[in-house]
Design a protein around this ligand. Sequence first.
Ligand code: AGP
Length: 612
Amino acid sequence: MCGIIGYVGHQQAAPILLDGLARMEYRGYDSAGVAVRSETKGLQVYKSKGRLQVLSDMIHGGADVEGTLGIGHTRWATHGEPNDINAHPHVSEDGRIAMVHNGIIENYMEIKQQLLRHGVTFKSETDTEVAAQLLEFHYNECHNMLEAVGRVLRRIEGSYAFGIICADYPNALIAARKDSPLIIGCGENENFIASDVTAVISHTRDVIYMEDGEIAVLTAEGVNLFNDEMDPIDKPHSHIDWDVSAAEKGGYPHFMLKEIFEQPEAVRKTVSPRVREGRVVLDDLRLTKEYIQGVSRIFIVACGSSYHVGMVSKYNWERLLRRPVEVCLASEFRYCDPLVGDHSLVIFISQSGETLDTMAALRETKRRGGRTLAVVNVVGSSIAREADDVLYTWAGPEIAVATTKAYSTQLVLMDLIALYLGDLLGTIEKTEYDTILHELEVLPEKLERVLASIEDVKYFASRYFNHDSIFFIGRNLDYAMGLEGSLKLKEISYIHSEAYASGELKHGTISLIEPGTLVVALGTYEPLFDKAMSNVVEVKARGAEVLALATEPFKEKMAHTADSVIAVPETHPVVQPSLGVVPLQLFAYYVALQRGCDIDKPRNLAKSVTVE
Ligand code: AGP
């Protein structure tokens, strides 16, 4: 959601804050702001609606702003429309305290009423301003900032990551977190806070992951941490080892395109360390044969594209494990009184590891005694830390809001886990095990081949980009893959699009097919290719324009009926969606490009959804 940065040190703070915000702009981009304290000018606050560039231009890249202590924010609006006033930082009434916040304060209305009764006046509609005013209220009572922060945290309900500076504390930056990510970057004579390590990696690789309930006081010289009882605590530091260039565009026009092209490497990094002598080795997984034999239900819980990985995995896991697998949207699962118990294994899939709905579902599962396994990309993220077991996808940092390489690495990791568990359970034939594993190992080369046919996809995108409604149809794994293709398209091109199980069309949706309607027919699941063809015939008969996807051996057959066909290399059916999804990602990308959309930062969205 929102991105927070904070700096205390000996350098000019504002350019550092702007640079950090630029690296986190994918988290939210409807307004941005900074607050910097200087000896001569006190607390200076600059904020503005719109992209970060507007703010940066206003303060000449930060050069205009004096001071070595500051906080910054890029916003994804929850309370109050995106405008200058609702932009962060929010400042208390007497102008001494500035605050940036990520999360939602659920009881803000009640607190606001109380403060209004004390004569406090408000400028914005935000919950964050309420927290800033409450902090001033308590600070005026106790005259100790840390104590006042503690009182505020005890009073508010909801989720937060806070960055706070106060004119009376010229050398201190205060941070607190609960259910919203926040890290501390430890430099030499300078320290940072940020929502994400990408914001500080160009300054330091030495980070501390803050946990719920913790408070930190940062000065240039050091970091003091406290638990929710205000007792001082020590925490281990983590070293970030990925390269800073991984979070830069490296010559590509958009992060999304760069990340699409990084898929072969990301898949290789996720698969190859886990294959030894023809077997899947999951060193970090502590599930024993006895445990897995006793599992009666498997749930996969996630949101958005990660949920779509769950949909593909349901088909694959049921085939390979012969166990029922239920795929649930995290936002539904947490409130549906889920039938999770001792014999349930619940898998949580999340790129960011910070998605609030998924996090809440994980906590609910643990509360009910279910065993939790997280498949996560961001190392040290909240979901990764709280799950009983975690397996990482090694996609590297993903910046584009529309996920591509994280989705692909999640898919292959789920395949590896299925092979591993199927082997423990004895439910996979040796030849099938060997074939799938081999196909996963050679997948990067096949992905390179798909990426080499980019010109075909570009051409089809230029032919179809002006459709205003597009249907994706497919059966079995093609249906699950179509869900992702359709989401990619609507996310970044704003074209209305739906994915349907082809067999369902005749139960209602086919009434929407009229002459010229674009149908993307997915026919890569070879066992049901003939059925897929019949559905193509059905929609063609009603005048649809059909762009089809088929495996290379089936391309010609598909071309007899469909208007255009994109072919992908053939692999084992379990692995096929990993190849099929790539032309769909590219199609969405080029359609969005033709339509002039802001591909990496689509409207109304944010990369990491840390609100409910
Ligand atoms: C995908 O393109 C989306 N941006 C979105 O659906 C995303 O997959 C979803 O919000 C879940 O995020 P997570 O994987 O970080 O939990």
